[in-house]
Design a protein around this ligand. Sequence first.
Ligand SMILES: *[C@@H]1O[C@H](CO)[C@@H](O)[C@H](O)[C@H]1NC(C)=O
Ligand SMILES: *[C@@H]1O[C@H](CO)[C@@H](O)[C@H](O)[C@H]1NC(C)=O
Ligand SMILES: *[C@@H]1O[C@H](CO)[C@@H](O)[C@H](O)[C@H]1NC(C)=O
Ligand SMILES: *[C@@H]1O[C@H](CO)[C@@H](O)[C@H](O)[C@H]1NC(C)=O
Ligand SMILES: *[C@@H]1O[C@H](CO)[C@@H](O)[C@H](O)[C@H]1NC(C)=O
Ligand SMILES: *[C@@H]1O[C@H](CO)[C@@H](O)[C@H](O)[C@H]1NC(C)=O
Ligand SMILES: *[C@@H]1O[C@H](CO)[C@@H](O)[C@H](O)[C@H]1NC(C)=O
Ligand SMILES: *[C@@H]1O[C@H](CO)[C@@H](O)[C@H](O)[C@H]1NC(C)=O
Ligand SMILES: *[C@@H]1O[C@H](CO)[C@@H](O)[C@H](O)[C@H]1NC(C)=O
Length: 397
Amino acid sequence: MLRVLCIFLVIVLCSAKELRSLNAQLNPNCPPVVCMNNDESTITVVHISAVGEHDTLHYLWDFTGKPSVLIALTSPITNLTINWENFILNDPENSVIFSTKPIYTSTVVMNRLWQFNDAEDTGTFSYGVNSSEINVYDTRYITWTRNEFRKSVHEVEVTVKGDNLSFFGDGRISLNFKCFASVDHGIDFPHLLHSENSTQFDLVFDGLQVNSSFKNPRFAAEFIFVSEESRFNNQSFMLHSKKSLDDEHTPGIFEIVEIASPKSLMANKGSFIQYRPVSYTHPERDVSTSTELHITMPTNLDNPTIQLNTSLAWLYYGPLLNTILVQGFNVSFGMSGDGFYTKTNYSTWTFIMGYGTPPNEQLSMFVVIVASIGLGIPLILLVGGGCYICIKRTRNR
Ligand SMILES: *[C@@H]1O[C@H](CO)[C@@H](O)[C@H](O)[C@H]1NC(C)=O
Ligand SMILES: *[C@@H]1O[C@H](CO)[C@@H](O)[C@H](O)[C@H]1NC(C)=O
Ligand SMILES: *[C@@H]1O[C@H](CO)[C@@H](O)[C@H](O)[C@H]1NC(C)=O
Ligand SMILES: *[C@@H]1O[C@H](CO)[C@@H](O)[C@H](O)[C@H]1NC(C)=O
Ligand SMILES: *[C@@H]1O[C@H](CO)[C@@H](O)[C@H](O)[C@H]1NC(C)=O
Ligand SMILES: *[C@@H]1O[C@H](CO)[C@@H](O)[C@H](O)[C@H]1NC(C)=O
Ligand SMILES: *[C@@H]1O[C@H](CO)[C@@H](O)[C@H](O)[C@H]1NC(C)=O
Ligand SMILES: *[C@@H]1O[C@H](CO)[C@@H](O)[C@H](O)[C@H]1NC(C)=O
Ligand SMILES: *[C@@H]1O[C@H](CO)[C@@H](O)[C@H](O)[C@H]1NC(C)=O
């Protein structure tokens, strides 16, 4: 009986269906004059085409400027070409060309990082922070060096390390991007659920130097989210949080936060960011090393073209950034009483960004079986016991 159950479980667990087939290239067709003359590992542009039955999703991950992810939904046979001369010169004219016009695109850019003095120990960046106690780091001045690039038809992954001695001392920012062919949970904490239409973005602030004049130092990051839909009626990204039924995959965290574009909410044809509000304070991610993170409402930017200069968003959209939906938000790491950044000198954030609707956590087979056993055995005993008593009484009579 147990063996049958185990085999059944294994079949259920292993049946993650491949919904798209991934084809990835690192620095596609980069001419030697661009990619060889420079230190090659500081130029990292990854193009992935995720080919589905009816369409293709293209992902472009760029670390030559501000770290960015572009998602484009196109017809199945569409090629992407990078014009490297323009790309490197930050010229939006014909830098990234699709052979047929994409049906929809969206982009996320890590724009700026902040260090601040959390005088009132709230963990949030929006309240009680003295504006003269904020240091800013523009991500365009960080050098992103590639550590690892791995690809298969199931999964593509790149890891880069960002440093700038005058910002971070010997510390570094580590970024890991992943993209998947099927629906599943991530291998590492917080084990986020990803769909076949998403990229996972993992950010680590590792051993960054802190400003000695800040008693309670914390870090925060500003992200900019671009969705190629019109800014009709001042529409904006919607931020909302929901409770999940179980915390099996991310112990202790029952909340899921989503930032969705209007089209994602109304027609499933926009894009979203989804995460669990947890940050880990140690490379060994676990309940005991977790703290909170806080986000601010998405707001419009002044001069998006200037702010997004030296990012893939500028290279792809150019002046169009003034008319499509572009908003930013800040995420701060930590919570009241956790001892601030210097307690461990380590903070993380993991989110997925994707096309369509955010994936919904289903009750896993494990939980269903445990729940059935937990509820089923008492129920059987109750019914069995009831019958026994009934039968006994009737007989006695
Ligand atoms: C896309 O690229 C392939 C191989 O390089 C080529 O055969 C095909 O014609 C291209 N398709 C379009 C629409 O440009
Ligand atoms: C903000 O910090 C500055 C310098 O540290 C200080 O002079 C000022 O009084 C502070 N403002 C508030 C509202 O605490
Ligand atoms: C520390 O913060 C203060 C106040 O914001 C700033 O004036 C100073 O330049 C910072 N020091 C370093 C090393 O960044
Ligand atoms: C570090 O950042 C500063 C801007 O604050 C910039 O001038 C400098 O070139 C950067 N260093 C490197 C190595 O990129
Ligand atoms: C959009 O916002 C601007 C400035 O906030 C305001 O002047 C305008 O009336 C708004 N338009 C609509 C349709 O709400
Ligand atoms: C982007 O930045 C560069 C260098 O700071 C500047 O020369 C250029 O004009 C900027 N472009 C835009 C659109 O702001
Ligand atoms: C992030 O916080 C900084 C500092 O308070 C602020 O200047 C900036 O406008 C914020 N960004 C967004 C997109 O809200
Ligand atoms: C974190 O870094 C600060 C200096 O930047 C240091 O004083 C502190 O001891 C470090 N904390 C740990 C746990 O190593
Ligand atoms: C993935 O994208 C396709 C469009 O190509 C869409 O039909 C599908 O519903 C999306 N999947 C999810 C989980 O949103």
